[in-house]
Design a protein. Sequence first.
Length: 416
Amino acid sequence: MRVAIDGYNLALKHGTGIARYGRNLLQAIRNIGYETGVIYGQNIDWRLDDKMTAIAFQDHERPFSKKKTKLIFESLKMFFNPRYKTIEINLNNDKNHKNNFQPDFIWNIENLYIYSSFIFRHTRKFTEIDIPGIDIMHWTYPIPVRLKSAKNIYTIHDMIPLKFPKFTLDKKDYLYDLMKVISLESDKIVTVSETSKKDILEILDIKRDDHVFNTYQNFHDNKTSPETSKKIINNIFNLEYKSYFLFYGSWEPKKNIGAMIRAYMLSGTETPLIIVGGDGWGDDNERELFDFLPETSKQNVHRYKYVPDDVLEALVVGAKILIFPSLYEGFGLPVLEAMSAGTAVITSNRGSIPEVTGNACVLVDPHDVDGLSRAVAQLDHDIELRLRLEKAGLRQASLFSTAQYERRLADLYSGL
């Protein structure tokens, strides 16, 4: 059996949480014994020969450059006279490919995801493509594309844009209509928590509970040893092992970074706070708060927009405490990654996070800055509590092991 996924997020320069989801999914599909494939939609001219196609594919970071009028014209032409030319790409098993994985098959359809989004935005119709030999098409994101002659399943990670509209910049009417079509025409919807499943069923008014399947989320097992972590954090950040608080994630409203900074300042702690996260949107207040910090405080609060994956893993292993006071999550991957690395966690009691943490973390109301501050101060000084949470976190994280994820994924595919 052959299972394909989309390359919509895999093609992004620095990747996203959904890109990580796609990479982990691809590996899990292979592990349960299926052939794997990826369908990309890069801006590669289908008339190139095989060698130039492979070269262009690996040089895909150039931005889409067509003018808007050209995009509109070509998108409409593709809709009224579909001519989707599928090219199979042979990378000759190049182990140095930037995504660091190699599916059995790679296809590219020129600008597929750009065109299909434009077409759905103006017609509310899905783009249909045809690649023979694929049994299951697992779209890792709500995408307005359908593959002929295959079971089409779509992962909806959460309903945050529709449940909390102020948390995202998504076009809400577009997204709602897209998800409604998916709910009616998909063979199955996949999600990553029981909380997200409940939200999907309610918001999209899906009557059949079994149409939405929760696989939970697989995660990258942190292989960084304490010894390696000590070297990295000391040499790069001049920090000692287990001597700092850590937050990582994008700077956006739902991450609640401003409340975290205020709680940290109120706690009176002298333990440094490391924040890793690129610029998001709607973060002006948080940036102003960060800029407003007195110089003495700025010596203890350090922000890095981006660090490589291996450095981030070392930071997670070496952190004294992860603070993750998100207002709502569809899963909460940083919390799970920290628990699996043996790091104590203070996090939110909202959304899916309590479902992931069980009793292995300190849960707080993310709106209660004073309560969050007390939790920071307590866990900063209570060594016994930290040690108990570290052990409990390791046990809880084992419930979300790769083996468990692959079993759920196999149940999903075999039931189609």
